[in-house]
Ligand binder design. Structure first.
Ligand code: IMP
Length: 203
């Protein structure tokens, strides 16, 4: 028995339920689907439903994740899972943060940090997941991954800022790791494991 499981009256999507993944980012969708699809959900995506992505007007990761989940759920009526994530760089006072998607990519970040020495390049990835039920109740899960911004880009796997992010205690950037390896340490992996535990998918 899982003592961290929710109380019995809490509503959770059951095996066989349809789950809409509310993202157009194929990198994120792949990571989410890899974890959830073996567990008997029917996975749908925004593209398959012909839905555009909503504008991200929130000022927190959770607010944006909920806004995306709400958008997908209200259009389809399905349980909907959305992710909002970003990179917080210590020397930039947490920027680009919720604005990571519009910041200008790892090339701009390396340029901005060109005079920042290795020991001052700490950063963390944050991932907020929002799961909204057909009855419009939202459940949140958060994952963090501490690390640093490398001096140069390394690797060509993954997406976004993966070539310049090295998780703490590791020699490789996310872009040099397999998807499976990245998932073990990543912010999205941590948030998805919290979700899996809540869904009682975890052993
Ligand atoms: P949003 O969640 O759609 O606002 O986008 C967040 C942005 O953060 C993405 O477009 C990526 O640039 C970046 N990002 C989020 N998660 C990751 C990751 O796992 N690797 C690399 N970049 C990421």
């Amino acid at each position: 028995m899982n003592l961290n499981a929710p109380y019995l009256h809490e509503n959770r999507p059951q095996r066989g339920a349809t789950l809409l993944i509310a993202t157009h980012n194929t990198g994120k969708a792949r990571e989410i689907i890899n974890l959830l699809s073996p567990h008997g959900f029917v996975i749908r995506t925004l593209a398959e439903e012909g839905l555009p992505a909503p504008e991200e007007t929130g000022r927190t990761f959770e607010a944006n994740a909920e806004l995306k989940a709400q958008h997908g759920r209200s259009a389809t009526g399905y349980w909907t899972l959305a992710d909002d994530s970003g990179l917080e760089v210590l020397t930039l006072n947490g920027a680009p943060g919720v604005d990571t998607a519009h910041y200008g990519g790892w090339e701009k970040l390396l340029e901005e940090l060109r005079n920042t020495p290795e020991e001052q390049r700490q950063a963390r990835f944050v991932c907020a997941l929002a799961l909204q039920s057909p009855e419009e109740k939202t459940y949140f899960f958060r994952g963090l991954c501490k690390g640093s911004i490398t001096l140069q880009n390394h690797g060509d796997k993954g997406f976004g800022y993966d070539p310049v992010f090295r998780p703490e205690g590791h020699a490789l950037t996310f872009a040099e790791m397999s998807g499976e390896e990245k998932q073990k340490y990543s912010h999205r992996g941590a948030a998805l494991r919290a979700l899996a535990q809540w869904l009682e998918l975890a052993e």
